[in-house]
Ligand binder design. Sequence first.
Ligand code: SF4
Length: 78
Amino acid sequence: MKISVKIDVCSGHARCGSLAPEIYDADEIEGKCVVLNANPPSALYAQAMRGARGCPEQAITIQDDDSQTILWPPAKGK
Ligand code: SF4
């Protein structure tokens, strides 16, 4: 799993960090998302997805390492 954040889309309300504190945090200046663990172990996959799903801006992208499939956000129309 590979996690990235579109920082220009992030509006900095830190919902991701409150839902998944081992994966996401907020920077001290603007409160924008900081990914603490961009390649988490499988034990943290569910937490990473929970934080990404909770982002109202869909600023977080999660990609499968092996297949390169985008796991989040869902493709438009699905
Ligand atoms: S929930 Fe989304 S918009 Fe809010 S801080 Fe996290 S990545 Fe940024």
